[in-house]
Design a protein around this ligand. Structure first.
Ligand code: ACM
Ligand code: ZN
Length: 768
């Protein structure tokens, strides 16, 4: 009887432990296209064999896997060729099998308690299989030092995987700040971990030229160094400089080392040599290449500079071709990025050589001259078996025949290029500019501006635009951009890049229909343990909630909605000025505001961590009455003033040509750079109510109503919208918009919404 009871207990214990067996977790980033969870796991031990079959690359991947495991585990796994095509006991097998279906990077992975099998028709797929195994292993495997008392287990699973896009890139600007070789390698390691395959190396800028060119030694001696650097933000306060010489460059040998390091991780390095703009550093070294002949200085602050390569001087093309010959010799990539963005045309419009070139080439404006420049460089690179990538400005004046376009000013340029049958890489500043703030700008270290949360990055769908299926095929991929004006240290680059780059990796890899932000954010929390071991300085704060409006403005009452950016967090708020805690009101649905107050809200996550406090002012508006009479003519009277303006008030005072515009817009007569507009007339309001105005411009603008400044969007900047709500009585209001364009991108728009948030056709209400 005793024996029987012991047996029963044993059975019960066995059954119970069977039931309790922990389900496997698969915290993969990017997540695979198809994953079938399985029970149990495989443990790598000292007698595990790593085998391979296929090309030399399959041996390379098998060896890379064994080498990767060794430092943390201390295991020196034997690597050997195999004839067998299937799973072998206590073996990690990498099989390259040409008969399999699948795009480059696709692979199948099977893990059972007996062993691991990775199969692919290409070595890149084998490498990605390795990355998946890596991410399935305990985070400690990333350690460069021996880790004791850890089982090197891999959870059982069946995965069939393939990338959604063939181009999955991350960019790094080493011009504004220069980063050491070790950091560049770490940056590439992180790309490999996330199955990204392009490192876009932005090597030349106004503030520094970073690649040794043997034929032009002054690029390293002069163009690679600036005398000092702007302190603080360009747009805030008096400009101050640190007085410290700054710079550096990569030797050709170092650049080759990076190319090889990346190639070993199946990553292509695409170098960018900026032309015809962002070239001031090169001009400082070789002033004869500019329109005026200089002298020039390597720029010591940020922005867009008017000193660009002269498009009329043959020496410029000789120089650039010589540079590109050396660049092509270092970088085997099919693509060479030639920049093409933000090239002011002021110098060209005045330069006799450029004017002569325009005449000779039949260019009707400076944009066509830029197009001539890009076409000519493309022809040279094509003749050398390479293709160009350029920023979306290369569309202006006519796209070069074989160019691939990198769409950065939103997605418009990309869509236009795709419609013209050109390949496109989507890198819209609305979703993929990792220099933008990722949390409360008041609490974060200095950044360029903007606000781009992890969830917004993740939400991007490259195929969502206005393209036919055939046109959409030209979207070959996505890329995150890391501009470093405000990132002097590599740690800070990581802080800005991760985990947002994880979201970009998943956007590039996983089909949109399979993406799930909440699941992604949960996986990330585990992924961060890997980053901890790797020493990655990622951003991991509980994100503030986002408000539905930046400011609540109301006549009787209004609603404020809060959106949760932090997964699994709860939102709490107060309206009495106190700091919200988990004892404050729990946010459940839109808050109704009837009195002036400040709503303060926080997100508190499941670990009790609180976000920064979001503050939203609620302001009661009084009605304004119109003080004008309706005009006799539709549209607005427009004054177009040419010249270099730095603020709107200067435009107001300047003389200019008189025109009429139908809407708040830039008239077609305007030049591309250096002009100002004053648009005047009246706005007729047909119904008492609350109206919202959004004034967007690149560069500065201001909106006056009833002779009062109601939106101030002044200063040099890219396309930024500023909003104001106004309670307007039925009537007619004097309206004035001031605007100036000081180089680079341009744009002006005024939108008007009624109380329900419906857009109104502004032009119908304007007269003068
Ligand atoms: C860019 O951000 N100027 C491409
Ligand atoms: Zn010129």
């Amino acid at each position: 009887m005793k024996q029987l009871s012991t047996l029963l207990v044993a059975i019960v214990v066995l059954l119970a432990s069977g039931c309790e067996q922990k389900s496997n977790e698969y915290n993969l980033v990017p997540y695979p296209q198809q994953l079938k969870a399985q029970q149990g796991s495989f443990t790598i031990n000292e007698s595990t064999i790593v085998s391979y079959q296929g090309s030399e690359n399959s041996r390379f991947v098998a060896q890379a896997f064994a080498d990767f495991i060794e430092p943390a585990s201390g295991l020196q796994l034997q690597v050997e060729a195999t004839e067998k095509g299937g799973l072998v006991k206590n073996t990690v097998c990498f099989i390259e099998d040409a008969s399999l279906e699948g795009v480059e990077g696709s692979y199948q992975l099977v893990v059972t308690k007996d062993g691991i099998l990775v199969k692919s028709n290409n070595p890149v797929g084998l490498f990605y299989g390795f990355q998946t195994i890596r991410q399935l292993m305990p985070a400690e495997v990333e350690s460069k030092e021996l880790v004791k008392n850890t089982d090197w287990t891999v959870p059982a699973v069946e995965i069939t995987d393939a990338p959604n896009f063939s181009y999955r890139g991350l960019h790094l600007d080493v011009g504004r700040h220069f980063f050491p070789m070790d950091f560049i390698k770490k940056y590439i390691d992180l790309l490999a971990l996330h199955k990204m395959n392009v490192f876009h190396w932005h090597l030349t800028e106004d503030q520094g030229w970073r690649l040794e060119i043997k034929k032009y030694p002054k690029l390293a001696e002069i163009a690679a160094f600036r005398d000092e650097t702007l302190v603080g933000h360009l747009g805030v306060g008096e400009r101050q400089y640190d007085g410290k010489r700054y710079g550096g460059y990569y030797t050709q040998e170092e650049a080759r080392e990076i190319v090889q390091y990346a190639a070993d991780r199946f990553i292509t390095v695409i170098p960018e040599i900026e032309l015809p703009g962002h070239a001031q550093a090169a001009l400082a070294a070789y002033p004869e290449l500019g329109c005026t002949g200089g002298p020039y200085e390597v720029a010591n602050e940020w922005g867009v500079f008017k000193e660009v390569y002269c498009a009329g001087n043959e020496e410029v093309f000789t120089f650039l071709e010589d540079v590109l010959v050396e660049v092509m010799d270092i970088f085997p990539s099919k693509y060479i990025h030639i920049g093409g963005d933000e090239c002011p045309k002021a110098r060209w419009e005045e330069c006799p050589k450029c004017k002569k070139r325009m005449q000779a080439e039949g260019c009707k404006d400076a944009h066509e001259l830029q197009s001539y420049f890009i076409h000519r460089i493309e022809k040279f690179l094509n003749a050398n078996g390479r293709d160009i990538i350029g920023w979306d400005e290369i569309l202006e004046g006519g796209l070069a025949p074989n160019a691939t376009v990198m769409s950065w000013r939103g997605i418009k340029g990309g869509e236009e290029a795709a419609k013209q049958g050109h390949n496109v890489i989507m890198t819209p500043n609305t979703h993929f500019y990792l220099d933008y703030y990722q949390n409360n700008p008041q609490k974060e270290p200095l950044a360029i501006g903007g606000y781009l949360t992890l969830s917004k990055v993740y939400s991007y769908n490259p195929m969502a635009g206005d393209l036919t299926a055939e046109e959409a095929k030209h979207i070959i991929g996505v890329q995150g951009n890391v501009w470093t004006e405000y990132m002097p240290e590599s740690d800070y680059v990581e802080y800005m890049t991760y985990p947002r780059a994880c979201a970009i990796a998943e956007v590039g890899w996983l089909d949109f229909s399979k993406r799930d932000y909440e699941a992604f954010a949960r996986r990330l929390q585990i992924h961060f343990k890997r980053f901890d071991v790797m020493g990655v300085n990622y951003f991991d704060k509980v994100l503030m909630p986002s408000p539905s409006v930046d400011k609540v403005e109301f006549i009787d009452q209004a609603k404020l909605e809060l959106f949760d950016n932090a997964i699994g967090a709860k939102l709490y708020y107060t309206s009495d000025g106190s700091i919200p805690t988990d004892k404050s009101t729990l946010y459940q649905s839109a808050i109704t505001v009837k009195e002036e107050c400040t709503i303060k809200a926080v997100a508190i996550d499941s670990r009790g961590r609180a976000s920064d406090v979001l503050e939203v002012q609620a302001q009661k508006l009084s009605f304004i009455e119109g003080i004008a009479e309706p005009g006799e003519n539709k549209g607005l009277a427009c004054k177009l003033a040419t010249g270099k303006f730095e603020k709107c008030s200067e435009v107001d005072e300047a003389n200019g040509k008189r025109l009429v515009v139908t809407d708040v817009m830039i008239p077609s007569e305007a030049p591309h750079d250096n002009f100002g507009l004053s648009l005047e007339g009246v706005l007729s309001i047909e119904q008492d109510g609350l109206y919202q105005f959004a004034l967007g411009s690149d560069d500065g603008s201001q909106l006056y109503l009833n002779d009062r400044l109601v939106i101030d969007n002044d200063g040099f900047h890219g396309m930024i919208y500023k909003k104001a709500s106004l309670a307007l009585k039925k009537g007619t209001y004097p309206v004035k918009v001031l605007f100036f364009e000081g180089g680079g991108g341009e744009g002006l728009r005024l939108e008007m919404m009624n109380v329900d948030g419906d857009k109104m056709q502004l032009s119908e209400y304007l007269s003068h």
